[in-house]
Structure formats: structure tokens, C-alpha cells
Write a protein that binds this ligand. Structure first.
Ligand SMILES: [Zn+2]
Length: 209
């Protein structure tokens, strides 16, 4: 049975659909390992902030950011150095890229990916992972950061579609199925997301819900 056919899935989805209707911009992800409903987890998106926060199922550890996009008014004290970049650069009129040592909040996919190594510990390494996301994963609006896994550090690139691809490639023994529901009304945004997700096909089963 696929994730989306499960009644437990529909129960999870219905309760988060209510939150999504009340908060534009709220996106959630439901995951399940090996067709086992007892492994089902839901992750709801949270606004980005600088300080690390613990949230989600069992607490979510902060990540190490390679870079973060911030709006203007960046003070020199905001700039923190990491191994990945040693300065901030102008990338447009209103934005700069700033290196930061940690990030609080996340897109739903990022919360899921941060939690993944812990879920492997808890549920055992799965042969199959099913994921439902209430909106198509973004092509570039999440920053790149480092995922610590048992096998080592994985640098996850910008955009949740690209992050999913990097994790899928670093776990070749697992069959992934990914569904998304909403799409972006802006055709440029939607085209970028769809082509980022298209890179997953062949490596994962990707479908609109
Ligand atoms: Zn995203």
C-alpha cells in the first residue's frame, strides 16, 4: 500500500490541512518507512531565524549553514565565518549572502532531512521511504547546509528538491516515492520547481498527489 492510500496518512493530512488553510505559507511533509504506519511522521514548516530552536518530533538539532540569504541591513557582527565561505557577497539590490554557523526554523523538507539520521536509528534503515509534501519542493529558496550522517557529512545544496536529490544519491539502497500536492501559481517559480524535481526521476518515483 502506498503512503497516500493509508487511512493513517489521511488522518495526519486532514489535521495539517486545517493549519495550512489558516496560515498561507505553511507547508507540511508526511513520511513513512517500509509501508509501516507506525513510522509515520509529520513535519510542519517554520519561519527562518538565526537562533537554533528545537522542534518537531523528538526535537530537531540545529544545522550548520554554508550560507544564508538575508535581507538588507546586515551588520558586520551578523557575519559569522565557516569552513565553506569566508565573506559575504552582494547578490542583488536587497540581498546578500552571509555565512552563519546555524539556522533556526526550516522548510518542511529540511526538517525531515535533519531528522532522517535519527529516524534511521529509531526505526532501522529502511528499504523504502514514502514522502508526501503539501507543496512542490522549492528549487532554490532554502540555503545550503551540512547534514551529519553516520557515513559522514553531506553538503546539501540550495533548494529542497536538490537537497532531496543529494540525500537520495547518498542512500542508493533505498526506494523513494515522493508526492506533492499544491503547485506555485507563478509560472516561473513553478517551472523551476518542476525541472528541479524532474532531476529526481529515475532515482525516485515522483508524482503529483
Ligand atoms: Zn524548500
Amino acid at each position: 500500500m502506498t503512503l497516500i492510500q493509508s487511512s493513517e496518512f489521511r488522518r495526519h493530512k486532514l489535521s495539517h490541512d486545517v493549519t495550512a488553510r489558516q496560515n498561507r505559507g505553511y507547508v507540511f511533509l508526511i513520511s513513512r518507512f517500509d509501508d509501516d504506519d507506525s513510522t509515520m511522521c509529520t513535519f510542519g514548516s517554520m519561519g527562518y531565524r538565526d537562533e537554533a530552536i528545537k522542534s518537531g518530533i523528538g526535537g530537531v538539532a540545529p544545522v550548520t549553514l554554508a550560507s544564508i540569504k538575508k535581507s538588507t541591513k546586515v551588520k558586520p557582527t551578523d557575519v559569522k565565518h565557516t569552513n565553506f565561505a569566508d565573506k559575504f557577497q552582494e547578490i542583488g539590490k536587497n540581498r546578500v549572502v552571509v555565512t552563519n554557523t546555524q539556522q533556526g526554523g526550516a522548510h518542511a523538507e529540511e526538517l525531515f532531512l535533519r531528522k532522517l539520521p535519527q529516524m534511521f536509528d529509531e526505526y532501522g534503515e529502511p528499504r523504502k521511504i514514502d514522502i508526501f509534501v503539501s507543496r512542490i519542493p522549492c528549487a532554490s529558496t532554502s540555503a545550503n547546509w551540512v547534514l551529519n550522517t553516520e557515513k559522514g557529512k553531506v553538503l546539501l545544496p540550495q533548494g529542497c528538491a536538490n537537497k532531496l536529490l543529494a540525500v537520495i544519491q547518498s542512500n542508493p539502497g533505498i526506494t523513494w516515492r515522493i508526492w506533492w500536492e499544491e503547485e506555485y501559481p507563478n509560472p516561473n517559480t513553478q517551472t523551476a520547481c518542476a525541472s528541479a524535481m524532474a532531476k529526481l526521476s529515475g532515482r525516485a518515483i515522483v508524482k503529483r498527489y
